[in-house]
Design a binder for this molecule. Structure first.
Ligand code: 0O2
Ligand code: 0O2
Length: 215
């Protein structure tokens, strides 16, 4: 096994385990017949070329990667609504299988690119044949609309090597605002649906009471 395979192996294990754990949250909500704040989960180990690029860009010495590069292992949790993000963060905070090291709220404080997402960095214990090894993992939590924007911007970024022409940059910022408005609109519809459901169940309950009284 080469040096990189050996170095990345606990990261791969962490991504695999956390994917199962986060998908487990969704499964439990489904069993409970209640609305899941998690729509779907993806995960990846950062490719070696991207690790090297980022290390160079941020001046991280290669022997400090473990401590200083927080997203070698990365999980992404997609939610339907903005409010769900907070619910997912709360669920993560309740757990005792890892420790939260840092939180970055790029929803209240969007990046200048227009990027929105909530990042939680955790210290996750991986069990190895040489004992326990704690590694850093970044969990990005975002809505489907935020994910749509970030995925497209990421591929364009790759195409332009980070140097967007000014008009594309402005258009992407506008598109990010449109995605944000879409999220707000969807949240309002969600409220409407929940109000309607509450109204409907109250009406049904009253009807049942009347039926019992008359019958
Ligand atoms: P199912 O039965 O489709 O729910 P993986 O190893 O495949 O679990 P990976 O490689 O990190 O995960 O990411 P991948 O393959 O891109 O996607 C992970 C899961 O997210 C897959 O489901 C995809 O079907 C699901 N997914 C990806 N994009 C979307 C999307 O836009 N909407 C929805 N609802 N799901 C999406 P699974 O886990 O294979 O199982
Ligand atoms: P990947 O794997 O290609 O996604 P920095 O790189 O300095 O901004 P830092 O301090 O490591 O970031 O942490 P941050 O900003 O919390 O997380 C960086 C990751 O967030 C990026 O990883 C992206 O996944 C995502 N991200 C941050 N800003 C943007 C953005 O403007 N557009 C998009 N599409 N994604 C963003 P990498 O390193 O790019 O790797």
């Amino acid at each position: 096994m080469n040096h990189w395979d050996l170095f990345l192996s606990p990261y791969k294990q962490a991504v695999d385990e956390l994917k199962i754990k986060l998908k487990g949250i969704r499964a439990q909500f489904e069993q409970d017949s209640s609305f899941s704040p998690i729509e779907f989960v993806t995960g990846r180990v950062k490719p070696i070329a991207s690790i090297l690029d980022k290390a160079l860009q941020k001046g991280i010495p290669l022997d400090r990667l473990e401590e200083e590069m927080q997203d070698i292992a990365g999980l992404r949790v997609m939610c339907q609504f903005v409010d769900d993000i907070n619910r997912v963060v709360k669920l993560l905070k309740m757990r005792n299988d890892f420790e939260i090291v840092e939180e970055r709220d790029y929803i209240s404080h969007k990046k200048s690119s227009g990027y929105r997402s909530y990042h939680v960095v955790i210290r996750y214990p991986v069990q190895t044949i040489h004992g326990e090894k704690k590694i850093l993992v970044e969990i990005q939590i975002r809505t489907l609309a935020m994910n749509f924007w970030a995925t497209i911007e990421h591929s364009l970024n790759y195409k332009y090597k980070g140097q967007f022409p000014e008009d594309i940059k402005v258009r992407l910022q506008r598109a990010a605002e449109a995605a944000f408005l879409l999220d707000e609109e969807m949240s309002q519809i969600r409220g409407e649906i929940q109000d309607a459901q509450a109204f409907f169940s109250r009406k049904k309950e009253n009807q049942n009471k009347t039926d019992r009284r008359d019958g």
